[in-house]
Design a protein around this ligand. Structure first.
Ligand code: AMP
Length: 314
């Protein structure tokens, strides 16, 4: 089951207690596709500027990711600058320059049309919606967003939420979206906006899935319930950038992988939550996409076992 993803492909300048990196390859769609590529075929839709070169594109190709949907436009690529000096769990944004994304008209390559899974990674909700509308036949749609869009692009975001099966956001964003500080109440309010399942990421504390009674069947034969996956306690977090997108890539990539896609049941979702946590835990070990670029499937499976041991009772 192939995944098509739309979202930012960017240059990031990042400062963390471990140091600083300027203009490294980043973007929500970049982290998502690298993480998901360990599980299934991934196809990207994005736009980049003249500053995006063969070295950046090679990062995608080394993982077998289809980049035919990455358009090149005159101008500069999306640029984001952020730091984590006070709190490793939450980025402080210093600059967001949409650049070529400001006038992007997403087009879906013919070769992407048979994708069963669609991921609307973090980007302008207007673009997320345009891609969603052009892929009406997909089996499962998940998406992400962030405070930047929740605050100032709310109406467009609410339209996107109506068409989502699964929304993945962090806890600050869930509270902001619902305007409610209690996470359980906030999750119920967010589920009422459209998504059948909500996955709330808690940075170094793991992630919680809130399943509505529509999560696994439109008839609502499963009761609403919650499931929490841990994060791995790490000696050093070098750079939290992309942890959320890597979580999403592991989570959705696992769901799309053939073993899970036949049977999207609660057990498959629980395993997907663990694979999400595994991929997030790798992403933060080095700056930018470095760790995901060097990873092997064997290391992923070994860490999955470690996660199991971390929480297994008997
Ligand atoms: P996260 O997984 O939440 O740490 O996402 C980090 C990535 O999101 C960075 O590589 C940024 O390039 C990208 N990003 C930051 N702000 C935005 C935005 N407003 N829209 C889309 N992508 C963004």
């Amino acid at each position: 089951m192939a995944i098509t993803v739309v979202g930012s492909v960017a240059y990031d300048s990042i400062e963390t207690p471990a140091g600083r990196k300027d203009r490294c390859l980043g973007g929500a769609a970049t982290y998502f596709s690298l993480a998901a590529s360990f599980f299934t075929d991934v196809r990207v839709i994005a736009v980049v500027g003249e500053d995006f070169g063969p070295d950046q594109e090679a990062v995608f190709h080394a993982r077998g990711i289809d980049t035919r949907g990455i358009e090149r436009a005159p101008g500069k690529s999306f640029f984001w600058e952020g730091s984590y000096l006070d709190n490793l769990n939450e980025a402080k944004t210093h600059a967001t320059e949409l650049n070529v994304f400001a006038s992007f008209e997403p087009k879906i390559p013919e070769a992407y049309r048979d994708s069963d899974f669609l991921f609307l990674a973090n980007i302008d909700p207007v673009l997320q919606r345009r891609v969603r509308e052009q892929m009406p036949g997909v089996r499962l749609v998940a998406g992400d967003t962030m405070n930047y869009w929740i605050k100032d692009h709310r109406a467009a975001l609410l339209e996107v939420l109506k068409g989502l099966d699964i929304l993945l956001i962090n806890d600050t964003e869930a509270r902001m979206l619902a305007d409610n500080n209690n996470l359980v109440q906030a999750s119920r309010a967010v589920l009422a906006l459209g998504p059948r399942t909500l996955v709330v990421k808690h940075g170094e504390y793991g992630a919680t899935a809130f399943f509505s009674n529509r999560s696994f069947s439109p008839e609502g034969e499963y009761a609403e319930h919650m499931f929490r996956a841990p994060a791995l306690p790490l000696e050093e977090v070098v750079d939290p950038t992309g942890a959320g997108d890597s979580f999403a890539g592991g989570f959705f990539g696992y769901l799309a992988s053939s073993a899970a896609a036949d049977d999207l049941n609660p057990a498959a979702f629980r395993r997907a939550m663990f694979y999400g946590s595994v991929m997030g835990s790798f992403a933060v070990e080095r700056f930018g996409t470095e760790r995901l670029q060097q990873l092997s499937r064997k290391q992923i499976d070994e860490r999955f076992i470690l996660f199991r041991e971390l929480t297994h009772l008997d």
